[in-house]
Ligand binder design. Structure first.
Ligand code: TTP
Ligand code: MG
Length: 579
């Protein structure tokens, strides 16, 4: 509740006016039957007085006006409150996710975050709207109806005192049985959502592995489970309606029978009888509404909890303790001092162990090593995508934790191994690097990344629209666009994580050449599978099982590092074989 309090506060007025106006609606609705009874009993049956009838009719009209305007106003403000409230929550959840570290996101999983942001927020909106409209209205109607009925004829109204508890008991029993089933149903919905999310996101992989029928089967199983659980919950809920109708009819019959006797014995007039019948209907239907609300809330509670989980998660990577929040990366010197790191703190062995090396600003560092050696993990620590567990990482002699995240990441351009482009034109995608870049700058950087050639080859050039994730360009083209995007940032440190793996060797050589001239002052870290990609680096690190097992230039390593030699010869031999 604490989580939501501040959002409610913003729309305090709507949150108060909604239920308050609904209360006026109830007020109008509740006096109407009594006024009607008065009109019939006194105006028509007793006094035969036209003036009284007209006066009574006018009062009734006023009540109807109050009721209608209360109803309209109540709904209007409740909807405004619910929509604004949930929209603020949605924005808060989204901006919270933006502050999440990779680790936070890994923990929640992308699919679940999407569900929370969409489906769960909608649930919360619905329950808020419903709550504001019903939560005050239904109990007020119930109590008001009972009071009015008693004020007309206590003897007759006491029939209701027997029926209400009986009906409440019946509803209670049904609900007790239904609630766990609804809980179950909601879990199946969640399960189905996350399955769908994963499937649709990865539809290409599924197709390439010809897993379609398997996936369909899996989905159908989840869908059938949801169907069964929904049916099992609904079966009970549909019972409430006939039970209600039955109860309502029985009560009406009892009221009419007892009331008929009273009327026949001249103890009550017909108008009063009809008013009490109307109150009976009002009271029983508000009981029904209350039970509906309870069901809807159980479904929303899970959503409410899941949203607060996101809102209350503290990003595990912040810059609030940064010593030099205004400092920017100027030279691009990098130094690792005895750095240890692992993704899951429970694991015994570290992914990176005792990593120590340094590289001066403007130089090129190559990193090689077999797959899973920890290359990606190592470079991710530089822009603080993750934090090291032990040891220090210094940029320009200052610990990366002492920069503001903004300045640090502005200074470090990184082309991720699993990189993506976004839907939108090529130009828009490149502008991520620098939104104020001139068209000439964009072209120039695209040329360095050897991308300009193929971009201009597209009919629309830089205006070509990319599909989601950049699906309509080839793997190598995508990599070059990603490099161009990072270059436009004009970073002091540029990290390329296996970013030219899908680019042919000749083009790659051109990229390297362009880097040499265009990025003279930028520190370049290049992770590569091919030795040829890093052969002329100022320093090369050889990584194995999370440790540095070799450090030096190509020639030095070739001379005295077995691991490096092994990698190098395996590649040159293969190339010889191929040629
Ligand atoms: P990486 O650092 O990804 O290894 P790599 O970059 O050297 O491998 P590749 O050449 O294939 O790109 O992985 C090191 C270990 O860390 C590996 O056991 C997988 C694990 N890991 C995670 O658990 N979570 C992650 O997000 C990443 C990137 C790696
Ligand atoms: Mg990697």
């Amino acid at each position: 509740m604490k989580t939501y309090g501040r959002f409610i506060k913003r729309y305090k007025l709507f949150f108060i006016l909604g239920p308050l106006l609904m209360l006026t609606e109830v007020g109008g609705e509740i006096v109407l039957p009594k006024l009607m009874a008065g009109m019939v009993d006194e105006g028509i049956l007793t006094l035969h007085n036209m003036d009284f009838i007209v006066r009574q009719a006018i009062t009734m009209l006023c009540c109807i006006l109050i009721q209608v305007s209360g109803g309209i106003g109540g709904h209007y403000f409740s909807v405004r409150a619910a929509v604004n409230f949930s929209s603020d929550i949605r924005e808060e959840v989204f901006s919270k996710i933006q502050t999440f570290s990779f680790k936070n996101i890994d923990e929640f999983s992308t699919g679940s975050l999407v569900t929370r942001l969409t489906n769960d927020v909608t649930q919360v909106m619905n329950i808020t709207r419903m709550g504001l409209i019903m939560a005050v209205r239904s109990p007020a109607m119930l109590v008001g109806g009972v009071i009015m009925a008693f004020s007309i004829n206590a003897r007759l109204a006491s029939v209701m005192l027997i029926m209400i508890p009986l009906l409440a008991l019946a509803i209670f029993i049904i609900m007790r049985m239904a609630l766990p089933r609804f809980d179950y149903m909601q879990k199946s919905i969640d399960n189905l959502n996350s399955k769908t999310q994963e499937n649709i996101t990865n539809v290409r992989v599924i197709k390439s592995f010809v897993r379609r029928s398997f996936e369909v089967e899996k989905f159908n199983a989840a869908s059938s489970r949801l169907r069964d659980r929904t049916l099992s919950a609904m079966k009970l809920v549909v019972c409430t309606m006939p039970v209600m109708t039955l109860a309502m009819n029985i009560t009406t019959i009892v009221v009419l029978w007892r009331g008929g006797n009273l009327v026949a014995g001249n103890e009550m007039l017909v108008g009063s009888l009809s008013a009490i019948v109307q109150y009976t209907t009002q009271i029983l239907s508000s009981l029904m509404m209350v039970s509906m609300m309870i069901i809807a809330s159980t479904r929303a509670i899970a959503s409410i909890r899941r949203i607060s989980e996101v809102i209350n998660t503290e990003p595990d990577l912040t810059d609030t303790d940064a010593k030099y929040p205004d400092k920017t990366v100027t030279r691009g010197d990098i130094e690792f001092k005895n750095v240890y790191f692992k993704y899951y703190k429970k694991l015994k062995t570290s992914i990176l162990e005792d990593i120590t090396f340094s590289i001066e600003g403007g130089k090129t560092l190559g990193i090689v090593g077999s797959t899973g050696a920890g290359k990606t993990s190592l470079v991710q620590l530089i822009p603080r995508l993750y934090d090291a567990d032990k040891g220090e990482i210094l940029i320009d002699g200052v610990n990366v934790r002492d920069y503001s995240l903004y300045n640090l990441r502005e200074g470090v351009g990184m082309v991720l191994q699993k990189n993506v482009l976004f839907s939108g034109s090529i130009e828009k995608n490149l502008r991520w690097g620098n939104k104020n870049a001139s068209m000439d700058m964009i072209r120039e950087n695209a040329e360095y990344a050897q991308a300009d050639g193929f971009i201009t080859g597209f009919g629309d050039g830089y205006n070509m629209e990319l599909g989601q994730g950049g699906v309509n360009v080839s793997g190598g083209q995508k990599q070059r666009l990603c490099i161009a995007r990072a270059l436009l940032k004009n970073p002091k440190i540029l990290i390329l994580d296996d970013s030219t793996s899908a680019v042919d060797t000749a083009t790659e050589a051109n990229i390297r050449k362009a880097f040499k001239t265009a990025l003279k002052d930028t520190t370049k870290i290049i992770i590569a599978q091919r030795i040829s990609s890093i052969i002329d680096a100022d320093k090369i690190l050889v990584l194995k099982d999370g440790r540095i097992v070799g450090e030096g230039t190509h020639n030095e390593l070739l001379k005295d590092n077995d691991e490096y030699r092994e990698i190098y010869y395996s590649q040159t031999d293969r190339e010889k074989e191929v040629s």
